[in-house]
Design a protein around this ligand. Structure first.
Ligand code: C5P
Length: 285
């Protein structure tokens, strides 16, 4: 049987707030999420029962059960209630461990591809449940667009779409550990919180500038000193070069800015390059 290719788009956190730790060890979150054009390509074909393999163009990414794409394929067949197998070939462009939902987005693409291969056998509620089994950000990645994500990240409310906006996405030379950052948030009170209601009101008004000015991520407050300095330096460089607003995405370390036009984004892209391992020009979509 031939396979199916699906685009796996990166997600940006227009805001991220951590409300508290839950009895199950996860945290209740309140995030405004946005998909963008920076994307991996995920090719999926059916394989013999029990045969799962996810190959990528990054040699350090595990190919077996530790790969979230394999977790998603297993979750798909568990939801379908039958034995299955899948071979996946993923062309990665989204940086890994960046807070851009790269793995989650690949997982969502695997679910969509398998469902296409199986003639839409799972309805959207079953797909969403399989998505959450693969990871907290996978349900949003399945949906895309602009949405409020609450709970673990799976309680999704679609929001008015952010008008297509140019963005510069910056990957510093370091990565952050997600559990470590959650741990730091638990051990002290966050001083600043995003104005989520104001951000949503700006989305409702189609006011990109108002959205950009309200972007904030509480994890920026939980970074170690050196990481915090670098993130701050990148944000300032973006703002000095015309960004309407800038924030870290997810648990970092990627930082992005929203721009009024492609010209200012291109200028900021050049300015920020010396500070970063990788920089991308993209658009929200
Ligand atoms: O669900 P996912 O595998 O993406 O989560 C990775 C880690 O992030 C979890 O093991 C947990 O430590 C933390 N997490 C959390 N609360 C969430 C999402 C993730 O504590 N809502």
């Amino acid at each position: 049987m031939s396979g199916v290719t699906v685009k796996a788009r990166a997600k940006l956190n227009l805001s991220l707030d951590v409300l508290g730790r839950r009895p199950d060890g996860f945290h209740d979150l309140c995030m405004v999420m946005q998909s963008c054009t920076l994307a991996d390509d995920v090719y999926v074909e059916s394989a013999a029962p029990g045969d799962y393999l996810a190959q990528t163009n990054r040699s350090y990414i595990p190919t077996g059960d530790k790969n979230v794409a394999v977790k998603a394929a297993r979750a798909y067949y568990a939801a379908l209630g039958r034995e299955g197998g899948a071979h996946m070939r993923i062309t990665k462009r989204i940086p890994v461990c960046a807070g851009l939902g790269g793995g989650s987005s690949d997982a969502a693409a695997v679910l969509l591809a398998l469902n296409e291969l199986h003639g839409g056998a799972l309805d959207s509620a079953a797909l969403q449940a399989a998505a959450l089994a693969a990871g907290s950000d996978v349900p949003f990645c399945l949906m895309g667009g602009t949405a409020l994500a609450e709970g673990r990240g799976e309680l999704l409310t679609p929001l008015p779409k952010l008008p297509e906006t140019d963005t510069v996405i910056c990957m510093p030379y370091f990565s952050c550990s997600t559990p470590e950052l959650f741990g730091r948030i638990d051990s002290r009170r966050s001083r600043c919180h995003p104005d989520t209601a104001g951000l949503i009101a700006a989305l409702e008004a189609g006011d990109v500038r108002g959205v950009a000015q309200r972007m904030y991520n509480v994890f920026e407050d939980a970074l170690g000193k050196r990481a915090a300095n670098t993130v701050q330096e990148i944000k300032l460089q973006l703002l000095d070069n015309g960004a309407l607003g800038a924030a870290m995405s997810g648990s970092g370390s990627a930082v992005f800015g929203l721009f009024p036009d492609a010209e200012s984004a291109a200028k900021a892209y050049e300015a920020v390059r010396p500070l970063c391992r990788e920089v991308f020009l993209a658009r929200t979509d």
